[in-house]
Design a protein around this ligand. Structure first.
Ligand SMILES: Cc1cc2nc3c(=O)[nH]c(=O)nc-3n(C[C@H](O)[C@H](O)[C@H](O)COP(=O)(O)OP(=O)(O)OC[C@H]3O[C@@H](n4cnc5c(N)ncnc54)[C@H](O)[C@@H]3O)c2cc1C
Length: 463
């Protein structure tokens, strides 16, 4: 028998019933993440129901030097949870549930396989807000969101997932359970070990439980869509709004006209609220606790932005329906991408001062190398994050587009992954954003925590 067959035979003895799937029992969904790229059936799927079972599986796999890919909700956009040949998949789908909503400490404690939306709803039912939200909320697990340090729509106000995690439990490659289920905001007793597992995409340990921070739910909201002439105007508006509206800004989304026009043209129910076209559009939203006062201040800030020519025009949402329409334009990306296939998608971040230069140079590079390329851009600009969708409709051009885009990101001192992670698909571009010394330190950490290299091998760190 091969090592893999031996390890699976031992796992079968250790786990009961359908906690281990092999052969035709393995459904297609365990073969690939949301990217749909490089689909591969795993040798077996293990579905532990407890931290102890996760530890048992990893101890066995470590003894047999059996590589394991960790799977959450498989909504990842970097190929990290897609099996590589010879791997067993460990799905956290059965390690699901909410253990506690603690209204005194304003925390929620959940198991890693709990879907994000379930935790959001539990927080809401208790009168609180879990300020982590993005399109995959219904399917992604909290463990996956923590492993990828996901961002989303409210980062400008509440930070990335990392800022929301107070405590964590994780299992190391050899089966050791590290329990740091802290609920305190302040805890400087030695190394903050949970950071080893946040954003490291399952390469250093398997997250099994987490304590997340909750916030009071806010009752007032103001939303506007603004038209601006230039990127520098949009930055002026952002800074002006931050000075005058403070931390109440909960979203600041910039859409360049090719993206905006494409969404409006593609989705029949959407119309531009402006009479003429503009080069850029900004969706700005604030949250507070006094609707009348907040609305007055919001209108005042937009009024003075108009008077000072930071914006050309603005429409303030008068109803929840208006707000949904504005957000439907911003979120229209999920509806337009099908018609772009095959396309390259970049999720990059950089200093705001670099963004215009980056976009101009990228457009110039595309027009000289791939003159028929279409480049659609929008971004959480307040978080330094740009999303680009580029297509020539030819698969063979994808690598060239990525080479150009990531090369320029590095040249502008940016990050090739703002929020989606590195996984397998961006691993070979990591050197654009990290020094050789940084990558070497990542290797040393990996070696220290997973000396046999069985956990998510081949992800994040280049060979
Ligand atoms: C429609 C859509 C919208 C999205 N919007 C955003 C967005 O706005 N912002 C953003 O940041 N991301 C976004 N994403 C991507 C986002 O990163 C993932 O949706 C989510 O964070 C991954 O969770 P998952 O449970 O699906 O993980 P998976 O896809 O299963 O795994 C992702 C990575 O985490 C590892 N992993 C999973 N669970 C664990 C665990 N318990 N312990 C250790 N490692 C683990 C996997 O091995 C893999 O490397 C979006 C995705 C989709 C499909």
């Amino acid at each position: 028998m091969s090592i893999s067959a031996d390890s699976i035979a031992v796992l079968r003895q250790q786990l009961t019933g359908d906690s281990i799937l092999t052969g035709s029992e393995i459904s297609e969904r365990y073969s690939v993440d949301f990217t749909g790229e490089n689909s591969q059936v795993p040798l077996a799927v293990v579905r532990p129901k407890s931290t102890e079972e996760v530890a048992l599986v990893l101890k066995t796999c470590s003894e047999f030097v059996q590589p394991v890919v960790i799977q959450g909700g498989l909504t990842g956009l970097a190929g990290g949870a897609t099996p590589l040949p010879g791997e067993i998949a460990m799905s956290l789908e059965r390690l699901s549930g909410i253990e506690e909503v603690d209204t005194d400490s304003m925390t929620v404690t959940a198991m890693a396989g709990a879907p994000l939306q379930v935790i959001q709803e539990a927080a809401e039912n208790a009168g609180f807000l879990l300020p982590l939200d993005f399109g995959a909320r219904g399917s992604c697990h909290i463990g996956g969101a923590i492993a990828t340090n996901a961002g989303g729509n409210q980062v400008i106000r509440f930070g990335m997932t990392r800022n929301l995690v107070l405590g964590l439990e994780a299992v190391l490659a050899d089966g050791t359970v590290i329990s740091s289920m802290n609920k305190m905001l302040k805890n400087n007793a030695g190394y903050d070990l949970k950071q080893l597992f946040i954003g490291t995409e399952g390469t250093l340990g398997v997250i099994t439980r987490a304590v997340l921070r909750l916030f009071p739910r806010l009752s007032s909201r103001c939303t506007a869509l603004c038209a601006v002439e230039s990127f520098s105007q949009s930055v002026k508006l952002l800074r002006e709004a931050q000075i005058k509206l403070g931390s109440s800004i909960s979203a600041y989304e910039v859409m360049w006209s090719p993206y905006f026009d494409r969404v409006i043209g593609h989705i029949e129910t959407l119309r531009s609220p402006f009479e003429k076209a503009f080069p850029l559009y900004v969706l700005i939203e604030t949250e507070g606790s006094e609707q009348n006062m907040d609305s007055q201040q919001f209108e005042k800030v937009l009024g003075s932005a108009l008077a000072e020519n930071f914006i050309e025009d603005a429409v303030i949402a008068q109803s929840e329906k208006d707000r949904e329409t504005f957000w439907a334009i911003r979120d229209g990306v999920s509806e337009i991408t099908k018609a772009l296939i095959p396309y390259a998608s970049l999720d990059v971040s950089m200093d705001i001062a670099e963004m215009s230069g980056f976009l101009e140079e990228f457009d110039a590079a595309l027009s000289s190398n791939l003159p028929d390329a279409l480049n659609l851009v929008f971004g959480h600009v307040g978080d330094n994050n740009l999303h680009l969708f580029i297509t020539t409709h030819r698969q063979k051009d994808i690598k060239k587009i990525l080479d150009l885009g990531y090369g320029l990101t590095g040249a502008h001192g940016g990050s090739i992954s703002a929020e989606h992670g590195i996984g397998v698909l961006k691993r070979d571009y990591l050197h654009h954003s990290r020094t050789a010394e940084e990558i070497e330190l990542m290797r040393r950490l990996k070696k220290a925590l997973d000396p046999k290299g069985i956990l998510n091998p081949g992800r994040v760190i280049p060979d």
